[in-house]
Design a protein around this ligand. Structure first.
Ligand SMILES: [Zn+2]
Length: 351
């Protein structure tokens, strides 16, 4: 069977998703967006106490439950204090590369509900002012968030509602090009969320049932390593859909879906990974898939396995250039990722 995927839907959905702020731990807006999107499709979303959103779909065979997940959280910042000039001292949420966010605008989500615009700046911010502007380290002791307002002291910032613990989302700077390339922050992991939303839409529109009872899971804490710490009872397989990598160790390009054989925490389940490889061989374009060992990286599925859940784990996803910066992929990679997700959900490739 060949799966026909609507690439325009994927691009449009990815664009919508990256514009909804969801830095690690800040879930109100993305939950509201998803609840409405699922309701429109005819699904009911529910959440566990750790803010993972789920949709449950009954399978042809209810003797087991599988889980396929894509994380909602993105890297971001949290306010830890104030400098004397009213700029905000921050800590990173997830693996921020400060070089990649200098000058970028951001939204400060205050505890009282206010949203204040800011800009990430280096304390040595201007080549015309600081001799060491170019050579200064960019890290969380040398970078701040400057509120885009008349703020000259901590009291001015506090008057806008900003306190310690306000969570900051980085502007996605989304651009989609005619030739199919997409440049945006938060392709990790919203491209995978878009692919799973389209799998759910496809199941509903075609009236098909997955092979087994299937939980679609959308966790909020992947970027800090514990999105998969809780897994609902009865789940015996957890497949994470997340970015794969490009670079010297990766025989990949931006059109690819990658099956992750191992990551920083160790190998994924042998049989399940082989099943995913069989699905890729059968359903993905022959020139657009690969297998990877992602040794600087891990996923919610491996977190779930490491935290003693009795389950088989696997992972795959779209290749992504410039990860945790202004990322880039080709829509082909999301299309191939969705093909693989459909094949897995339909129980194909089982030995
Ligand atoms: Zn990710």
């Amino acid at each position: 069977m060949s799966y026909q995927i609507d690439s325009k839907y994927l691009i449009d959905t990815l664009h919508e998703l990256v514009e909804v702020d969801s830095p690690v731990g800040y879930y109100a807006d993305i939950h509201a967006y998803l609840r409405e999107a699922f309701a429109k499709m005819g699904y009911e979303m529910f959440c566990d106490n750790k803010a993972t959103a789920y949709v449950r779909v009954e399978g042809a065979d209810s003797s087991k439950t599988v889980c396929v997940g894509a994380h909602l959280d993105t890297i971001g910042l949290i306010v830890r204090g104030f400098n004397d000039d009213g700029t905000l001292r921050v800590r990173m949420l997830g693996g921020i590369n400060y070089h990649a966010i200098e000058g970028v605008t951001c939204r400060i989500h205050c505890r009282g509900g206010e949203v204040v615009m800011g800009q990430v700046i280096c304390n040595k911010h201007s080549v015309h002012v600081f001799e060491d502007c170019r050579s200064a380290e960019r890290d969380e002791n040398t970078m701040s968030v400057s509120v885009i307002a008349d703020v000259a002291c901590p009291a001015d910032a506090r008057a806008l509602g900003i306190t310690e613990g306000a969570i900051i989302s980085i502007d996605p700077q989304f651009e989609a090009f005619e030739n199919g390339y997409i440049v945006s922050r938060h392709i990790d992991d919203k491209a995978a969320v878009a692919a799973l939303l389209d799998v759910l839409r496809w199941l509903k529109e075609t009236g098909q049932k997955p092979a087994f009872d299937t939980l679609f899971a959308f966790p909020m804490y992947e970027e800090i390593g514990h999105g998969g710490a809780f897994v609902p009872e009865g789940v015996s397989e957890y497949v994470a859909v997340d970015i794969t990598l490009l670079g010297p160790d990766y025989d990949s390009n931006e059109h690819h879906v990658g099956v992750i054989a191992s990551d920083a925490k160790g190998p994924y389940d042998w049989d399940l990974t082989n099943q995913l490889i069989r699905c890729a061989k059968e359903h993905c374009d022959a020139d657009k898939w690969d297998t990877q060992v992602c040794f600087h990286y891990s996923t919610d599925a491996n977190a779930a396995s490491h935290l003693d859940h009795d389950l088989r784990h696997g992972a795959f996803g779209m290749a992504c250039l410039n990860s945790h910066g202004r990322e880039r992929c080709h829509v082909d990679a999301i299309v191939e990722t969705e093909k693989l997700a459909r094949a897995y959900v339909m129980g194909e490739g089982r030995a």
